[in-house]
Design a protein around this ligand. Structure first.
Ligand code: IMP
Ligand code: MG
Length: 174
């Protein structure tokens, strides 16, 4: 089976928007340091681009979770595949995600991370599909783009582990 990719958000537009959001975060955290928690693998490209544009002190940590579920539906039961290297206690934590879909993964992750007593915990995502939200309690503090309910790849997002390296966001067409 071969698929093609239709450009949804070109590289310049994505980068311009990341700069805007980074400026907003730098203002909101003025006088503080932010601890970015990158959710692997999808969040890695966005985390790097965002971190480069922040003007406040930044520290970074990485976490990898896998959601039990079949096909394209996540179940909300999340297994930690790789935990953070450092404690979160007293830190201003900003979780950096590639996309929020049903919100199940994030709802579970927030619950785990809040128990580690950070000074604050906020959520930043490159993409959001609000129509798909099941977990309404997931409050997104920073969203670069809200997109329609279509399967997208690029900028870290994959289809079957492919296309993560595309420098733009595209819709997969079969
Ligand atoms: P949620 O638990 O339903 O919010 O699942 C979110 C996760 O599903 C994301 O972190 C992605 O790994 C994956 N995902 C959801 N929508 C897409 C998409 O359009 N393209 C690629 N991955 C997606
Ligand atoms: Mg993800």
């Amino acid at each position: 089976m071969s698929e093609s990719i239709r450009v949804l958000l070109p590289e310049e537009k994505v980068n311009e928007r990341i700069s805007q959001v980074a400026a907003e975060i730098s203002r909101d955290y003025a006088g503080k340091a932010v601890h970015l928690v990158c959710v692997l693998k999808g969040g890695v490209f966005f985390t790097c681009e965002l971190a480069k544009r922040l003007t406040i002190p930044v520290s970074l940590d990485f976490m990898s979770v896998s959601s039990y579920g079949s096909g394209t539906e996540s179940s909300g039961v999340v297994r930690i595949v790789k935990d953070l290297d450092e404690p979160l206690e007293g830190k201003e934590v900003l979780i950096v995600e590639d996309i929020i879909d049903s919100g199940r993964t994030l709802a579970y992750l927030m619950e785990i991370l809040e128990k580690r007593h950070p000074a604050s915990i906020r959520l930043c995502t490159l993409l959001d599909k609000p129509e798909r939200r099941v977990k309404k309690q997931v409050k997104v503090d920073y969203t670069c783009f809200s997109i329609p309910d279509e399967f997208v790849v690029g900028y870290g997002l994959d289809y079957d582990q492919k296309y993560r390296n595309l420098p733009y966001i595209g819709v997969v067409e079969f």
